[in-house]
Design a protein around this ligand. Structure first.
Ligand SMILES: [Zn+2]
Length: 477
């Protein structure tokens, strides 16, 4: 009895010692700061803002080809040095620029997209969405954050570097797709195919996706710069239930609508398993040193606390999406009249695939969960497996992190899993160092502006974006 008690006490002490040892071992990671470049020919901030405002007036929507043509003319006029020094190749409305450095080190590829999502209710906007209104603090308009702000800042950076007579250390490529919001099959996908044919291999690819957010997002005091090192996959399926059509006065035991409802309920009650994927694990480890002691102990001992953390993350929709493949029923179709039983009922379900999931494993799960009477058909638009995870630490990631740390917010840099999709996934065949980050600081309240109302970009932050992208292009000087 006494021995058993002693054994328990000793085990607990050993456990405590291990937990403490791991916690105290946690040190602030590499915090190298790479200063943002300074320009001799000082950036003219009001002219830059005016150009961004004009860029937002082109309603570059999928069904507006003339808006893309106008936008291209505008870019040529606005950035004469860049259009002189860089070669330009077009793929439909997509633009691919090449800045030849004369060296043969691994080139850098910067991505942004020209297209924007439609505006559902313009009246809900404080300023008209395609007017490019500039007030004392912001430039307002559809595309300001997603993604013309980045596109314009990248070209401002090339123009400013050229005006200063500076050249990048390695070749720089700029790929501006025109159909990111509808899957990128005509733009990014074709540009990436062409690059692969040319044998191009990039040391770094940078796209939108991450940003700076308040530290409270990850439970710390300092702001965090989240750099995406992977993104989730995307698959949409339709579920179809069939039954005998007939009069609603004598319904059979099984109806198409009832069957379909049961199928959706079964999927919601049996979600895909949750777990910490590599990017999320790395994110937690990276912010561990900045956590208060108790949390640091938890993050430093994932071997023990992983189930606890996963459970906590799975408890909220925003973090649940980080730990598992999610499903969203989005469309329903059935019936024509209130007293007629429909022969078919159909639901559209959108899945976002977590790393480790594949289209095959998801279809196998659907087969297992659903009865034979439900037909599952994957839609072939926008299909993608989760992206591979870019290996870090790496020189490319450290460069981005170093530049991010020199932004005025002095953020803690952390890798993360992007739960949305970007054009970056199309470039996997030409690089394994793909990152998703836009150098702007936003608040949680700003996030609904993406694809929502009142999209805007801070005037104060815009010149910093330009300097950040210039720093990425210059590489090691
Ligand atoms: Zn975007």
């Amino acid at each position: 009895m006494k021995r058993a008690f002693l054994l328990i006490v000793v085990s607990l002490l050993v456990l405590l010692a291990v937990l403490l040892f791991n916690t105290l071992k946690v040190k602030a990671p590499n915090e190298t700061v790479i200063p943002l470049p300074v320009f001799e020919s000082a950036l003219n901030e009001s002219e830059m803002t005016a150009r961004l405002s004009r860029a937002l007036r082109f309603a570059t929507l999928p069904d507006q080809p003339q808006a893309f043509d106008g936008f291209h003319d505008f870019l040529r006029q606005s950035f004469p040095l860049s259009h002189d020094a860089l070669s330009l190749k077009t793929f439909g409305h997509s633009l691919l620029y090449h800045w030849d450095s004369g060296t043969d080190c691994a080139p850098v590829l910067l991505l942004a997209h020209q297209d924007v999502v439609p505006v559902s209710s313009p009246d809900a906007w404080e300023h008209p969405p395609f007017a490019g209104v500039v007030d004392s603090q912001f430039v307002w308009g559809r595309g300001a954050m997603d993604d013309k702000g980045s596109l314009m800042a990248i070209l401002e950076a090339t123009e400013a570097l050229l005006a200063d007579g500076r050249a990048p250390a390695c070749d720089v490529w700029l790929a501006f797709g025109h159909d990111e919001e509808t899957g990128g099959s005509e733009g990014a996908s074709r540009m990436a195919d062409w690059m692969a044919e040319q044998g191009l291999r990039f040391g770094m690819v940078l796209d939108e996706g991450g940003m700076m957010l308040p530290g409270s997002t990850l439970g710390i005091e300092q702001p965090v710069a989240l750099i995406g090192i992977a993104e989730k996959g995307y698959m949409t399926v339709t579920l179809e239930a069939r039954a005998e059509p007939g009069h609603s006065s004598r319904p059979p035991a099984k109806t198409a609508v009832g069957d379909l409802a049961n199928a959706i309920a079964a999927l919601q009650e049996n979600p895909r398993p949750a777990g910490l994927s590599e990017p999320t694990r790395k994110m937690l480890q990276q912010v561990a040193p900045y956590q208060p002691f108790a949390k640091r102990m938890v993050f430093a001992n994932l071997w023990l606390f992983e189930p606890l953390i996963v459970k906590q993350l799975a408890g909220k929709p925003e973090t649940n999406a980080l730990v598992r493949t999610t499903m969203s029923p989005t469309l329903l179709r059935a019936g024509v009249k209130d007293n007629v039983l429909p022969a078919t009922a159909e639901a559209t379900i959108n899945f976002r695939l977590a790393p480790g999931e594949s289209r095959e494993s998801l279809l196998a799960y659907l087969e297992e969960q659903l009865p034979d009477s439900i037909t599952v058909t994957p839609l072939d638009t926008f299909l993608s497996d989760p992206s591979p995870t870019s290996e870090i630490p790496s020189p490319a990631f450290e460069r981005l992190a170093g530049l991010a740390r020199s932004l005025p917010e002095q953020p803690v840099v952390a890798p993360f899993l992007l739960i949305a999709g970007t054009d970056a996934r199309h470039y996997q065949p030409v690089s394994d160092q793909i990152f998703r980050f836009m150098p702007v600081a936003l608040s949680q309240d700003d996030l609904p502006r993406f694809h929502g109302h009142n999209e805007r970009l801070s005037r104060k932050q815009y010149p910093r974006m330009v300097r950040f992208y210039a720093g990425v292009m210059l590489g090691e000087e």
